[in-house]
Design a protein around this ligand. Structure first.
Ligand SMILES: CC(C)(COP(=O)(O)OP(=O)(O)OC[C@H]1O[C@@H](n2cnc3c(N)ncnc32)[C@H](O)[C@@H]1OP(=O)(O)O)[C@@H](O)C(=O)NCCC(=O)NCCS
Length: 143
């Protein structure tokens, strides 16, 4: 199945398709991205060194956004269309990011993930470990 999936670098040619799959994947896990916000996000990640959309039969089925930061590759997002989850598409996208890092002589990949998410156990299986840093948030006026 994944053999017919093609990975395309995100560009102005496919960014609307990429925004659609981004919105579908992340709203599926309870986020609340509008179409406009998703397009803006994809326009931003199109400038990243490693941003790909997975295309199957003309439709976007997955997306990865990663960029080089200092000494590492930072994976900002990886998402798959709910209709095509568990078909190996995220694995294809992840392998693309790993190959990109190797070709760029980068040996460290980082991301921020929710330990309660389904993806988290997959990241652990891939070999990711916690750095010890924890994201903090303060809503001003509620402190
Ligand atoms: C997480 C996500 C990217 C996985 O995509 P996918 O294409 O279904 O993943 P794959 O088919 O390549 O499978 C990757 C691994 O995840 C596991 N997996 C995928 N979906 C799973 C689920 N719902 N429950 C448990 N394990 C799951 C697979 O078993 C596989 O593990 P394996 O390599 O040991 O066999 C996808 O579910 C998604 O887009 N979720 C919503 C967005 C999100 O949460 N992104 C991550 C935060 S940035």
């Amino acid at each position: 199945m994944t053999r017919s999936v093609k990975l395309e670098k995100i560009s102005s040619l496919n960014h609307e398709l990429a925004a659609k799959v981004f919105q579908e994947a992340f709203n599926y896990v309870g986020q609340n991205w509008s179409e406009t916000e998703s397009i803006k996000y994809v326009e931003r990640i199109a400038k990243y060194a490693c941003s790909y959309v997975a295309i199957l039969e003309g439709a976007a089925v997955g997306i990865i956004a990663a960029d080089i930061k200092d000494d590492h590759l930072f994976v900002d997002a990886i998402g798959v269309s709910p209709k095509h989850m568990k078909e190996g598409i995220a694995t294809l996208l992840w392998n693309q990011a790993k190959s990109f890092a190797k070709q760029s002589n980068i040996s460290i990949i980082k991301m921020i993930a929710d330990p309660k998410s389904l993806a988290y156990s997959w990241y652990k299986k891939l070999g990711f470990s916690e750095t010890g840093w924890v994201e903090l948030l303060l809503e001003i006026g509620k402190e």
